[in-house]
Write a protein that binds this ligand. Structure first.
Ligand SMILES: Cc1cc2nc3c(=O)[nH]c(=O)nc-3n(C[C@H](O)[C@H](O)[C@H](O)COP(=O)(O)OP(=O)(O)OC[C@H]3O[C@@H](n4cnc5c(N)ncnc54)[C@H](O)[C@@H]3O)c2cc1C
Length: 309
């Protein structure tokens, strides 16, 4: 990043009271515990300051990445030579009967608990998905037959290209399996998401949530850093099943390992690097393709590399 750009951005951020640090290790902010430093790392305290960060970065010619819980990202070992915007502090939440509007940094876990407390049903499937609302909205997070698009009724976005905020309706969001407009249009940032839920019975909602959590604990390697399922589910099949059938359970490169508990997960067994993980992804994709003819598609976002695998 050019020194003049960095200086101009820091000056603007300081005048707005936005906290920015230089050289923040991204490994501290990802569920993989992997990633080099961010040239700049900003923690805006609200939606307005988040928009200011995006606007000023654009004015200063600085590349930006927005970070939620960091549960679906792999940052390069060299880090990111731009501005990473943490959504940690953008976590307002408003409730209007069966509608909940949450800031992009609000925890998905907390939202599920809050909905259950209000006897609102529709989000139980999401209990246990480590995410902030922004990241979950972008990824169309889902599990056990449910996905966010079933309950999202609108998304307030900032469009960097047009320098304006826009409210997107479900028909604008191009939702598909782990897919949304946000994955194709990098000028869009999720500021807030509104969920419309239905009235239900608190005890059955809590039972459903606890049941899903028990299934996760039994089947996923939750005691190791990971980014969840590395690959998308191929048509009429499961990535984990194909990887297991290709004899790759427990296969390791450096400290990155195909989990022996759930072959769809790559775990960091100690000091895995982003290169270890990418080499392992390449090996898994090639082996599975050679043995089954299925080319696995990555679900995790890879940032700071010349290209995503
Ligand atoms: C143990 C484990 C289990 C998991 N299980 C599941 C599961 O069952 N189902 C599932 O779908 N996923 C699962 N995941 C993956 C992950 O939790 C989801 O993809 C989640 O939605 C990511 O949310 P996040 O806040 O961590 O996003 P991040 O990883 O921080 O970001 C994901 C992407 O969204 C972008 N982004 C984040 N916030 C914004 C914003 N406000 N505006 C614009 N772009 C933004 C980022 O730049 C990045 O490209 C699992 C992960 C782990 C570690």
């Amino acid at each position: 990043m050019k020194q003049s750009s960095e200086k101009a951005f820091l000056q603007a951020a300081r005048s707005l009271g936005i906290r920015v640090v230089s050289g923040e290790p991204l490994a501290k902010h990802t569920s993989f515990s992997i990633g080099g430093p961010a040239a700049l790392y900003a923690i805006p305290g609200n939606v307005q300051n988040m928009v200011s960060c995006l606007k000023n970065a654009a004015l200063c010619g600085i590349d930006t990445v927005i970070l939620g819980n960091g549960s679906n990202v792999l940052f390069a070992d060299s880090g990111f030579d731009g501005l990473v915007i943490s959504t940690d502090e953008v976590r307002d939440c408003m409730i209007d009967r069966n509608r909940i509007t949450a800031g992009c940094g609000f925890s998905l876990q907390r939202l599920c608990r809050q909905a259950a407390d209000l006897s609102l049903s529709g989000l139980a499937f999401a209990f246990g998905i480590p995410a902030r609302i922004g990241g979950a909205t972008v990824m169309n997070a889902g599990a056990f037959g449910g996905s966010l698009d079933q309950v999202v009724s609108s998304v307030l976005c900032y469009d960097k290209g047009k320098d304006c905020t826009v409210e997107y309706r479900p028909c604008d969001l191009q939702y598909g399996y782990r897919d949304s407009i946000f994955l194709h249009d990098p000028s869009l940032a999720v500021l807030e998401t509104t969920f419309t839920l239905t009235e239900g019975d608190k005890t059955s909602i809590l039972n459903e949530m606890n049941g899903y959590m028990a299934r996760r604990t039994a089947s996923q390697p939750l005691d190791y850093p990971s980014a969840g399922s590395v690959f998308k589910r191929p048509k009429d099949n499961f990535a984990g099943k194909l990887i297991e059938e290709s004899g790759l359970k427990g296969y390791r490169i450096g400290s990155a390992e195909v989990s022996a508990k759930h072959a769809g997960f790559i775990i960091n067994t100690g000091n895995a690097t982003a290169s270890d993980v990418r080499d392992l992804i390449r090996h898994v994709r090639k082996t599975v393709f050679d043995k089954t003819g299925v080319l696995l598609e990555c679900e995790i976002r890879q940032i700071g590399f010349p290209e995503e695998l």
